[in-house]
Design a binder for this molecule. Structure first.
Ligand code: NAG
Ligand code: NAG
Ligand code: NAG
Ligand code: NAG
Ligand code: NAG
Ligand code: NAG
Length: 656
């Protein structure tokens, strides 16, 4: 379907769920939310020709833009070989509801951090000059000349008088972001009637993200939805160029809001719109033999299929390699499994299978921030899109399932693995920062894992230490404490025989997978990985986990960043003197998202005005545009926070 209908791709919408508010059926979210978006690609073949000649006609009347166009073309050739960090720009549409100061601060700082994180990971063949998005000829045009021997073959012959604007997941795209469009009323007459003049584009941008914060119907229908997104434009190589992220306004004022969690939400959604989407799997390209990324690439062919166990998997070369590395398997056909519980009717999902890739940023459920990993398999998938060069050395170790072999996480074997647990009971989350409870969820197909307790489960938080409960088992909470399974009980305590459960003790590393631990009142004791030890003064044992502690240098509880988030939670704004925030703020970021939304709408208006001056040599364009700009003003004047503004009444297109 993707190959046959390049102008009408269905796009899945990425959805994020809050933990502990599971919907009863895994599929429910996608059924509610998935909807068709018409993805617009640049005109190709004859369309491209028709499009180009519009630009050239405009240039002939105004020589200045023409020379700049030629420079543009040259620059494009020069810059093809070098890939540079992707520049993602967030654009707040002018019809966005007015946010409170602190809502905006939360939104902007999370967007900022997510965008800079992603530009550290992904490089792209940059868009030269400014990014100009395309109009959908099937929307603005009612009739296309089909006679190949006429001058205006494949050009628009008659305008659709109902055409007003382009939208992206319901958000109106400003005219200045878009290419122009024209009609050619006569098949042989090359003079066009301009419907919409060419916009100025968005400078220094490789991906434009419309960010709309609103309590939409979808947000209200399902309280666990934090945000959702879709891409709506691609370039001629298929790379997404623009998309919209709807942020449920409720998210920003949640009681349990944390900056970290929200940043991960935005990164998750951005990964979806940048290419991690089941509707784009079929358009990913193999550029491994290409001298210039994104150019001279092959189609991967079909990347997804179902294995003998009925598990849908993604089989792309880098993903397979990273899966083999991760599970320590030489299995040649080890694709990454896709979530079966939110699969559509095609059997596919845009999320990883939770049993196998638990904790990945691209799993369907985003849990506590310190437990989420931007893992090598997710980055491998982005690499395999062919649109990006990904710095795989920046991947965070996934830990979950490492070295467990190719069958890890299957429903039939999950009870045999130390990563899973078998019944209810208390233990440790597999990263050992948290005490855990053996539970299942709607994505685990009955397998059980230790998930952090509902509250006070962090061993590294000193404030979780409560006298009385911790006394008998010798627990110590603090930044260097981790969770250990034990049934340690003080010797002289009559009410002995504590059950085996997760307990917090201090630890320090003495080598890779080698560490010592300290219990209340004890010395530092060697805790040999995979063995259990006794502690003098106590009955019972402590079990020393293997390959979990003192093995990964990139694992740490969220401390510094959490501090920043706590700051925000306390109502302090980002301009504060906090060192952490200052450091984060010093990184360069796109100018759009630094501005308040009020400034953004001023900028839009200013751009419209200067743009009108530039087009004064095009009488037809001017005529149409004046009418259009009155429409714009009307849109700006909408006070009610309406998701889709009413169709403006003003006639925008002159029919012939
Ligand atoms: C196509 O256009 C040519 C030139 O105008 C004309 O001679 C021819 O009859 C047209 N063909 C059709 C099928 O309309
Ligand atoms: C990839 O990331 C590593 C670690 O941050 C960095 O040292 C290296 O320079 C990066 N490589 C490229 C090609 O950007
Ligand atoms: C991988 O598996 C091989 C044998 O199957 C084993 O010898 C090796 O130690 C394993 N490597 C890791 C890192 O677990
Ligand atoms: C968890 O929080 C609730 C409500 O704040 C409190 O009543 C309960 O005692 C807490 N549980 C633990 C284990 O701290
Ligand atoms: C024995 O353990 C209980 C809880 O496990 C504790 O409340 C009590 O204080 C302990 N008694 C002594 C003598 O340590
Ligand atoms: C602690 O657990 C071990 C292993 O399950 C058991 O053998 C031992 O009796 C337990 N000790 C106490 C004091 O409960």
């Amino acid at each position: 379907m993707l190959l046959i209908m390049p102008f009408a791709l269905c796009v899945s919408i990425g959805i994020l769920l809050l933990p502990r508010f599971p919907c009863t059926l895994g599929k429910c979210i996608f059924d509610q939310v998935q909807r068709s978006i018409k993805v617009v690609s640049p005109p190709t073949g004859q369309y491209a020709f028709a499009h180009r000649s519009l630009s050239e006609t405009a240039s002939q009347e105004n020589p200045a833009p023409r020379s700049s166009k030629h420079q543009r073309a040259e620059r494009r050739v020069e810059s093809m070989t070098d890939l540079q960090p992707i520049r993602i720009k967030a654009w707040i549409p002018s019809e966005s509801p007015a946010l409170t100061e602190w809502e905006r601060e939360r939104l902007m700082s999370a967007l900022d951090d997510a965008v800079s994180e992603i530009s550290n990971l992904l490089s792209v063949r940059r868009v030269p000059h400014s990014l100009l998005l395309n109009r959908d000829i099937n929307k603005y045009c009612k009739f296309i000349w089909r006679n190949s021997s006429t001058v205006n073959h494949m050009k628009c012959g008659r305008a659709n008088e109902n055409y007003r604007f382009e939208t992206c997941l319901g958000v109106i795209m400003p005219d200045e972001h878009l290419n122009g469009c024209a009609v050619y009323p006569h098949p042989e007459h090359p003079d066009p009637t301009v419907l919409k003049p060419e916009g100025t584009g968005v400078a220094d941008t490789d991906f434009l993200l419309y960010v709309f914060t609103h309590s939409t119907d979808k947000c209200r229908a399902e309280s666990s939805i934090l945000a959702y997104a879709a891409h709506c434009q691609t370039d001629s190589e298929g790379r997404p160029l623009a998309g919209t992220m709807i942020i449920c306004r409720e998210t920003l004022s949640m009681e349990r809001y944390t900056h970290e969690h929200f940043v991960q939400t935005v990164i998750h959604e951005l990964f979806h719109v940048l290419g991690f989407s089941k509707d784009l799997f079929g358009r990913w390209k193999d550029c491994s033999l290409s001298s210039q990324a994104g150019i001279d690439c092959w189609s991967h062919g079909q990347l997804t299929s179902t294995d003998e166990m009925g598990q849908a998997r993604l089989y792309s070369p880098t993903v397979i390699r990273e899966m083999q590395k991760h599970l320590n398997s030489t299995h040649t056909d080890l694709g990454a499994p896709l979530e079966n519980k939110d699969a559509g009717s095609d059997g596919l999902s845009s999320h990883w299978e939770a049993r196998v890739l638990q904790g990945s940023i691209m799993a369907a459920l985003l849990v506590e921030p310190s437990l989420i990993r931007i893992d090598p398999i997710t980055l491998a998938a982005l690499q395999d899109t062919g649109w990006y060069s990904v710095n795989l050395s920046r991947a965070q170790s996934l830990v979950w399932g490492e070295g467990e072999g190719h069958q890890f996480g299957s429903v039939s074997t999950c009870h045999n693995s130390t990563f899973f647990c078998t019944d209810s009971g208390l233990g440790c989350h597999y990263l050992h920062f948290h005490k855990g409870e053996c539970v299942t969820d709607q994505y685990l197909d009955g397998c059980h894992i230790f998930k952090p307790l509902a509250n006070a489960s962090e061993c590294w938080k000193e404030e979780n230490e409560r006298s009385g409960l911790t006394e008998g088992s010798g627990e110590i909470y603090g930044s260097d404490s981790r969770c250990f399974i034990s049934n340690l009980t003080r010797l002289n305590n009559a009410s002995a025989s504590a059950p085996v459960a997760g307990h917090c003790y201090r630890h320090r590393c003495t080598g890779i997978n080698k560490y010592q631990i300290q219990v209340m009142g004890s010395d530092w004791l060697d805790c040999p990985a995979g063995k259990s030890i006794e502690v003098s003064g106590y009955e019972g044992f402590i079990f020393c986990p293997d390959n979990r502690i003192c093995k990964y240098s990139d694992l740490a509880p969220t401390t510094s960043r959490q501090k920043a988030a706590d700051h925000l939670n306390a109502g302090t704004f980002i301009e504060s003197d906090d060192d952490v925030i200052k450091k984060d703020r010093s990184t360069p970021r796109p100018s759009f998202i630094r501005r308040s939304s009020a400034t953004v709408s001023k900028v839009i208006v200013a751009a419209v005005l200067s743009f009108m001056a530039a087009f004064s040599l095009l009488p037809a364009g001017m005529h149409v545009y004046r009418k259009c700009s009155s429409v714009r003003v009307r849109v700006h004047a909408v006070n009610e926070p309406s998701y889709m503004p009413q169709m403006p009444q003003t006639q925008c297109i002159s029919t012939n």
